[in-house]
Design a protein around this ligand. Structure first.
Ligand SMILES: [Zn+2]
Length: 247
C-alpha cells in the first residue's frame, strides 16, 4: 500500500525520523492492534497509536465509565459516564483520523471467547487490572504466537512487559510463577493518573518501534518505574524452569 499526499502531510513529523521513514509509516498503517482494557493504561495507548497512523483496532472492555475513572482515564469526560468504555474509545479515536477502523468487544473476556478475539491481531495490549485476566491473555497469546505488551500499576509503581511469542523467550508466568488469585483494584489502593498515563505512553512508544523495525529493548524484559523516587529499572525475564508454559 502507498501513502497518499494527505497521509504524508499528516505524518511528516514521524516520517522525518530516518528510522521510520515512508516504509515505517506504511507498516504502521497495516498493523492490527487489540487493546484489552480501555482504562488508565488503555486510554493513552489508544490515543497515541491512533495518532501514529495505526488504522485497525479492536477495543475490548465490558465496563462503563464512572466518575472515579476521570482522574486517570484520559479518553473520557463527564458526558461519557455510564457509557461502555470500548464504545466511547471507538468514538474518540475515530475523531482523530476518519480512516481508522475500530471494532468493539463489550463482553467480559473468558476462556471461551479469548481465542477468537485475539486471532486476527498482530499485537495485543493487556491493560486489564487483575491477574486472572492477565494470565488468561498471556497463555492464549503464547498459544497463538502473538506479540504481547502488558501494563500493570499499583500506587506509585508501574510495570510494563513485552513478549514476542513467535520467537523463543519468556512469559508473564516466568516472572510471577505464583499469580495472586485476588488483585486489589488500583483505584482502591490509590493511583495517580500520571502513573497509568506514562505506562500507556511507553507501551505505545515500544509498539511503534517494533512495528517500524527500530525494535524494542523491552523484549523479554519488565520495566519497573517507581514514581515516588523516580527510579527506573529494566529487568530481563528468563524462561523459567518452573513455568509450565515452556516445558
Ligand atoms: Zn513462562
Amino acid at each position: 500500500m502507498k501513502l497518499t499526499i494527505d497521509q504524508i502531510e499528516r505524518f511528516k513529523g514521524q516520517i522525518n525520523l530516518k528510522k521510520i521513514n515512508i516504509q515505517g509509516q506504511i507498516k504502521l498503517s497495516n498493523t492490527k492492534v487489540l487493546i484489552i482494557g480501555a482504562g488508565g493504561i488503555g486510554s493513552p495507548v489508544a490515543l497515541f497509536l491512533a495518532r501514529s497512523g495505526i488504522k485497525y483496532f479492536e477495543i475490548a472492555d465490558f465496563d462503563k465509565v464512572s466518575k472515579s475513572n476521570l482522574h486517570r482515564q484520559v479518553l473520557f469526560d463527564e458526558k461519557d459516564i455510564n457509557k461502555n468504555k470500548a464504545l466511547v474509545t471507538k468514538k474518540k479515536i475515530s475523531l482523530i483520523d476518519k480512516k481508522i477502523k475500530v471494532k468493539t468487544f463489550q463482553t467480559k473476556i473468558n476462556k471461551a471467547n479469548i481465542k477468537k478475539l485475539i486471532k486476527d491481531y498482530d499485537y495485543v495490549i493487556d491493560g486489564t487490572d487483575n491477574f486472572s485476566t492477565k494470565t488468561l491473555i498471556n497463555d492464549e497469546c503464547l498459544k497463538q504466537k502473538k506479540k504481547l505488551f502488558i501494563g500493570s500499576v499499583s500506587q506509585f509503581d508501574c510495570h510494563i512487559f513485552y513478549f514476542n511469542f513467535a520467537s523463543k523467550g519468556s512469559c508473564l508466568k516466568c516472572f510471577m510463577p505464583q499469580i495472586p488469585k485476588i488483585t486489589p483494584r488500583c483505584q482502591d489502593e490509590g493511583i495517580l493518573g500520571t502513573v497509568t498515563g506514562t505506562a500507556g505512553s511507553l507501551i505505545a512508544n515500544e509498539l511503534i518501534k517494533e512495528v517500524t523495525g527500530i525494535n524494542s529493548d523491552l523484549l523479554n524484559h519488565v520495566l519497573i518505574i517507581n514514581f515516588e523516587k523516580l527510579n527506573f529499572r529494566k529487568v530481563k525475564i528468563n524462561s523459567s524452569a518452573k513455568c509450565k508454559n515452556h516445558h
